[in-house]
Design a protein around this ligand. Structure first.
Ligand SMILES: [Zn+2]
Length: 136
């Protein structure tokens, strides 16, 4: 099912531009958790005008701030990936293909959040690494 990017952007108070629209449309309709570079490669030829990497980066930041997408980090020191699934969820990284899968939040037992009272945990996500069985 294709999600209408224009309605999504308007509902989040984002002013529509062709650049914002193609980037949001791409992200809302993929679950591959692309990096900014991958977003650029995917949409660079979708517009009649030239799209700069700076515009892609700025647009991604703006869409994160507007709550249209979220930033995801699956490797320490790795680059940000962008995820249109803004519901709270965890990730599974297939270490042989590098593909990232969404794991529903409820599928993981809730973790103890007090940590001996030393740390006040406001949020956490879990990233699993391993091999994923083929869909049957
Ligand atoms: Zn995700």
């Amino acid at each position: 099912m294709l999600i209408a990017a224009d309605e999504m952007l308007i509902s989040r108070g984002v002013r529509l531009t062709p650049q914002r629209l193609v980037i949001a449309e791409y992200l809302l309709n993929t679950d591959c958790h692309p990096t900014a570079e991958q977003v650029f490669d995917a949409v660079a030829n979708a517009l009649p005008v030239q799209l700069s990497k700076a515009t892609v980066y700025n647009t991604l930041n703006m869409l994160v701030e507007a709550g249209v997408i979220q930033e995801v980090y699956t490797e320490p020191g790795g680059c940000a990936r962008y995820d249109a699934n803004t519901m709270r969820h965890h990730h599974f990284v297939d270490t042989s293909t590098g593909r990232i899968y969404d794991i529903p939040f409820e599928q993981v037992p809730t973790l103890e959040k007090s940590l001996d009272g030393k740390y006040k945990v406001k949020n956490y996500t879990v990233t699993f690494y391993g091999d994923r069985a083929e869909d049957s």
